[in-house]
Write a protein that binds this ligand. Structure first.
Ligand SMILES: [Ca+2]
Length: 259
């Protein structure tokens, strides 16, 4: 709730600005983590720091973006993207991320495609990716990644954005709203918000056969006795799976610096 109050105050404060800026355009190729369909202008280079992720993105050609990054120095990844402007209101990008951890025989990848509607200062993106891992990684990271993101610039060097993810294979929802501020002649971008994730996992449980009240290992009653002076006897031959849901939230911060 506190997050939403803060978010509301930030929103209200941005509405007091009215002037138009060009600053929204330079960093329009990226929300927080998610790419948009917009290209990064040729010869642009920026450093992007998102929590534990640090990467550098570079546009050697008009529609090509290349990058290299590290997740908290635990590995290294390369990114590549190709942007296509379909018409005045529609841009698309196809690309991918591929990386390896610092230690161990493994790799991870995320090929994706995104479609962005609108203009750099007010837009909405839908995307689909496929995450995969090989080697020592947990197999449950493999699967589709559906993505939505949006940005609204308010002028006055501020904007609001959000990005959200849904990973159907592991039934995980992630949403990250953030406030964007840009400074230093529109070459520094700060995204300040929070990230909430809801995820589930299966836990093995056993049916309860009854209760042993005199601690001899033999079941005495099937009704749960009062107090705590009993031992629960489970039916270990008939395990079943229960879906457990968990939610976590934390502040998120990202910073992009153009050279
Ligand atoms: Ca007993």
């Amino acid at each position: 709730m506190k997050n939403w109050i803060l978010f509301g105050l930030l929103t209200a404060s941005t509405l007091s600005y009215g002037q138009e800026g060009q600053g929204a355009n330079l960093h329009a190729s990226r929300y927080i983590f998610s790419p948009s369909g917009y290209t990064l202008a040729k010869d642009s280079i920026y450093l992007n720091w998102i929590g534990p992720l640090l990467d550098v993105q570079f546009a050697p050609l008009d529609n090509i973006t290349l990058g290299i990054g590290t997740p908290f120095f635990l590995g290294v990844y390369a990114t590549g993207g190709y942007s296509m402007q379909i018409n005045d209101q529609l841009s698309a990008k196809v690309g991918g991320l591929y990386g390896v951890p610092s230690v161990g025989q493994a790799s991870f990848g995320l090929p994706y495609g995104v479609l962005t509607m609108g203009k750099p200062n007010a837009n909405f993106t839908v995307g689909v990716g496929y995450g995969f891992t090989t080697g020592d990684w947990g197999g449950d990271l493999n699967g589709l990644a559906l993505n939505m993101a949006g940005y609204k610039d308010f002028g006055g060097k501020t904007g609001l954005l959000f990005e959200g993810w849904y990973l159907p294979e592991i039934e995980t929802y992630i949403v990250a709203p953030a406030f964007r501020i840009y400074t230093k002649r529109d070459r520094r971008y700060w995204n300040i918000g929070f990230l909430a994730a809801r995820y589930s996992y299966d836990e093995t449980e056993y049916p309860i056969l009854g209760y042993d009240t005199d601690w001899d290992g033999i079941l005495d009653v099937t009704e749960r006795p009062a107090g705590t002076d009993f031992y629960t006897i489970y039916d270990y031959n008939n395990p079943f799976l229960t879906r457990i849901w968990e939610t976590f939230r934390f502040p998120i911060f990202s910073y992009a610096m153009y050279f």
